[in-house]
Ligand binder design. Sequence first.
Ligand SMILES: NC(=O)C1=CN([C@@H]2O[C@H](COP(=O)(O)OP(=O)(O)OC[C@H]3O[C@@H](n4cnc5c(N)ncnc54)[C@H](OP(=O)(O)O)[C@@H]3O)[C@@H](O)[C@H]2O)C=CC1
Ligand SMILES: O=C(O)C1=N[C@H](C(=O)O)C[C@H](O)C1
Length: 255
Amino acid sequence: MKQIRIGIFGFGKTGKVVAHEFLNESLFTLAWVVRKSNQDHHKYASRLLGHEFDAGEIFSIEDIHNGFFLERPVDALVDFSGSTGIYLYKKAAEAGIPIVAAISKYEQEEINLIKTFSKYTAVLHSPNITLGINVLMVAAQILQKIAPHADIEIVEEHFKGKKETSGTAVRIANVLGLNVEQHLNSIRVGGIVGRHEIIFGMPNQTIRLLHESISRAAFGQGAIFAVKYLLGQPPGLYTMETIIAEMFRENIPVY
Ligand SMILES: NC(=O)C1=CN([C@@H]2O[C@H](COP(=O)(O)OP(=O)(O)OC[C@H]3O[C@@H](n4cnc5c(N)ncnc54)[C@H](OP(=O)(O)O)[C@@H]3O)[C@@H](O)[C@H]2O)C=CC1
Ligand SMILES: O=C(O)C1=N[C@H](C(=O)O)C[C@H](O)C1
C-alpha cells in the first residue's frame, strides 16, 4: 500500500520525538524535516534517531524556496517548530497539502494566516495535540455546565526552560470563560513534559481533572491521529477538541 508522505517542521525536543513516532509507523514515510539552522544539513533524521534506513532528509529554512514543496511533495505537513515556521509553507497550503500546526502560541497575524490557509486546505491547529488533553477539555466543559457555580483554577506545569505560559492552559481558560490572569497558575520545574490540572472547588467537595504528558511521544501519536483525520477532509479549520467532541457525540472510540 502507498505510504503517506510526511514533512515535519522542527527537529527540537518535540520534533525529534514526533519524527521518531512517524518513522515507527509503516503507514507513513518521512520525506523531509525542516529546521531553522544548518545543523545536520542533508543528513537523515532516521539515522540520527537510530534507524537503519534513510528517511527524512534535513533541510534548513534557507532551503525553502518557492519550488521546495513541488520538488519534494508530501501528503501532509506537521509543524512543531515555532510561531514563525508558518511563514514558510504558504505554497504548501496553496497546493492543498493538509497541515497540522501544533504550535502552542501564535500572535493574531499567524492566526489570520492559519485562517487564510484553511481556504485552500485542511488545517488543524491545536496548542496541545494529545488525545488526552482534548478529552479533558470536553469533560471540563461538561462539568462546568453541571456545576456552574464551582470555583475553577487551572494549574499548568512544564519543564524549567519553558518561557511562555502554556498555550494549552490559555485555551482551557478561554473555553471555560476564565480570566487567564486570575485563574491560570504556572509552575516551571525540572523536566516535566506537560501537566494540566483543572480544579473545580465546591463547598463540600473538590473535583480535579488532570492530564499528564509523560512522554513527548504523546504529541507524536496525536499528530498521527490528526494527519489520518485530515487526509480526505475538505479545506477548513479543524481542532483536536472539535474532532474529539464530534467522535464523542457519535459514540466513536477515540483511543
Ligand atoms: N501542540 C502540541 O501538542 C505541542 C506543541 N509544542 C510546541 O512545539 C514548538 C516546539 O517545541 P520544542 O520542540 O520544545 O522547541 P525546541 O526549541 O526544542 O525546537 C524548536 C525546533 O524548531 C526549529 N525551528 C525554529 N524556528 C523555525 C522555523 N521558523 N522554521 C523551521 N524550524 C524552526 C528549531 O530549529 P533548530 O534546531 O535548527 O534551532 C528546532 O529544531 C513550541 O511552539 C511548543 O510550544 C510542543 C509540544 C506539544
Ligand atoms: O512547550 C511544550 O513542550 C509544550 N507546549 C504546549 C503548551 O504550551 O501548551 C503543549 C504541551 O504542554 C507541551
